[in-house]
Design a protein around this ligand. Structure first.
Ligand SMILES: [Zn+2]
Length: 540
């Protein structure tokens, strides 16, 4: 847990540990005399009196100020530390940074506590829901784990006759949860760290960054934050269920400016996550005739405008702005989230919509249902893979014969010659054994079903024309279209780096909460959850 801030805000404030330490440096240390029972009792009384005075001082605080003596002691302490570093030639700027951060933490803790206390005191004791004055008002102390250490705050609370709940208006004003000690900054950092790494690692990283947060606190807090993110996501999706919400959404400009007509690209994929909710219940479940569910689909989508897709100097495709969707709450939840994200990214303003995916039937059904006007494209490399499968069955994996056989067929795919491709595959059939014929038939069906989604020729020609410097404006536009769903595949891999580590099993509630947080971060909507945070650069 964070180190507790030593000061309670009494005016005039007690000297801080830092001030006392600075004074002690000048004073020779003296051995502590042993206390007799009478002295101990007196000590206890003094402590109680100090607490009473602390409370009285705290609730009277109106401004967050440091005294001149405190500031002077802080400065003296800083200078002493810096002078020591000057005397050590082996110590570098890192030592200076460390010394300044260490020396400032405590005084900032005192300051934060006073500022929070002054804000709490200025908060009217009214219900934050109905704004009515609270009855049975009392005052209670609580602790908060903040960026600078543990703070102790006194705040008024009372009963709302209308809402029939006890309320702590200052907690609400300060952004504190009733049953969790984390300050808004600690809430945010817990969420950020645990979405990127397991809590054990997060605790170590946080400590290095000057935040002493236990593994347990990080885990619990990140989960709580994930639930908050999920609630926020549900709210925005629920807006689409109301007429006002739809009108508002339709009237909104798409994220990012669009002065020219644009194409909106939607890429979709899915992967499997391991969950342990049914652990230890296998026998019981099987007796009920149910099979334990340990593996679940995580559905993922990404949405971006074609004019926001470009190339790096090294010719790597980059997308400057894109929306993400990730959920393991089932296909229906995914569709609702994806549709909401597509609207946000300009579904209604787009001149063309293109859905690109690897060929799962559920994806095309989804596209037909939710994006009926969208063009559909099968990922080119998945089409290739299916042909290679046939080549391996016929001639063996990695053989020159397989390569020779597949080459003209790959060319058929690139020339939009589906009919020729199907004819070549069908011709093969009589030459094959029964088992091989069945496999081939499956591939024939695959290419038949996807024939209208395999239109690559114009794009490849446009890319060639761009390379040769002979492209028309239409070709320049077309060359930028994706041939495959690489953007979503790489996103899936990035999520898997956190959610699919070796030996890792999740609970249903746990993985969804964290995935939701990660998606807020990537979508550049972090400040919706943490208004104090400046908008981070979304990871694109
Ligand atoms: Zn109320």
């Amino acid at each position: 847990m964070p180190t507790e801030c030593c000061l309670t805000p009494t005016p005039p404030p007690k000297t801080s540990r830092q001030v006392r330490r600075a004074q002690d440096r000048r004073r020779p240390a003296q051995p502590e005399p042993a206390l007799n029972p009478a002295q101990e009792a007196r000590g206890l009384t003094e402590e109680i009196m100090a607490q009473v005075a602390a409370k009285a001082g705290a609730v009277a605080l109106t401004q967050a100020e440091l005294t001149d003596a405190e500031i002077q002691a802080w400065r003296t302490d800083l200078q002493a530390r810096l002078e020591t570093i000057q005397q050590h030639p082996e110590e570098n700027l890192g030592h200076i940074e460390e010394a300044l951060a260490q020396a400032s933490k405590e005084i900032l803790c005192v300051w934060a506590q006073r500022a929070a206390q002054a804000k709490a005191n200025a908060t009217p004791c009214r219900c934050h829901k109905c704004q009515r004055e609270l009855t049975h008002q009392k005052c209670l102390r609580r602790h908060v784990d903040s960026r600078f250490g543990r703070l102790a705050l006194w705040r008024a609370y009372g009963w709302c006759l209308h809402c029939e709940t006890w309320q702590f208006p200052a907690d609400y004003a300060l952004g504190l949860a009733q049953n969790a000690a984390a300050s808004p900054y600690v809430q945010e950092i817990s969420a950020l760290l645990v979405t990127k790494m397991p809590p054990e690692q997060a605790a170590a990283v946080a400590e290095r960054l000057g935040l002493k947060l236990s593994r347990c606190l990080l885990d619990r807090e990140a989960h709580r934050q994930g639930l908050k993110a999920q609630a926020r996501r549900s709210e925005t999706i629920a807006q689409l269920d109301t007429w006002e919400g739809i009108v508002q959404q339709l009237g909104r400009p798409a994220e990012g400016s669009a002065t020219q007509p644009f194409t909106l690209v939607i890429e979709i994929d899915a992967w499997i996550i391991r969950e342990r909710d049914d652990w230890g219940q296998t026998k019981a479940l099987r007796e009920q005739g149910k099979e334990p569910e340990r593996y679940h689909w995580v559905y993922m989508g990404t949405v971006f405008r074609l004019d926001q897709r470009g190339q790096t100097a090294g010719e790597r495709a980059i997308i400057t702005q894109r929306g993400y969707v990730a959920t393991r709450l089932g296909l229906e939840a995914f569709i609702a989230q994806l549709y909401r994200e597509a609207l946000q990214r300009g579904l209604n303003q787009a001149e063309h919509v293109l859905v690109v995916a690897d060929g799962g039937l559920w994806i095309w059904n989804l596209a037909k249902d939710r994006f009926p006007a969208a063009a559909q494209r099968l990922d080119l490399w998945h089409a290739d893979e299916h042909l290679w499968e046939v080549a391996h069955v016929l001639y063996g994996r990695g053989t020159p014969e397989a390569r020779a056989w597949v080459k003209p067929l790959l060319a058929h795919i690139r020339n939009d010659e589906s009919a020729a491709l199907l004819a070549s595959l069908t011709e093969l059939k009589p030459r094959l054994l029964q088992a091989q014929q069945e496999k081939l038939q499956r591939e024939i069906e695959y290419f038949k079903n996807n024939a209208h989604r395999m239109k690559y020729k114009a794009i490849l020609q446009a890319r060639k024309a761009v390379q040769d410097g002979k492209a028309t404006p239409e070709q320049i536009h077309l060359a930028n279209q994706p041939l495959g769903s690489g953007a979503i595949e790489s996103t899936c891999r990035q999520y898997q780096c956190r959610f699919k580590r070796t030996g890792q099993f999740w609970t249903t509630a746990g993985d969804e909460a964290l995935m939701c947080l990660e998606t807020f971060w990537r979508n550049g909507r972090w400040e919706e959850l943490y208004p104090h945070a400046k908008s981070p650069n979304a990871l694109n």
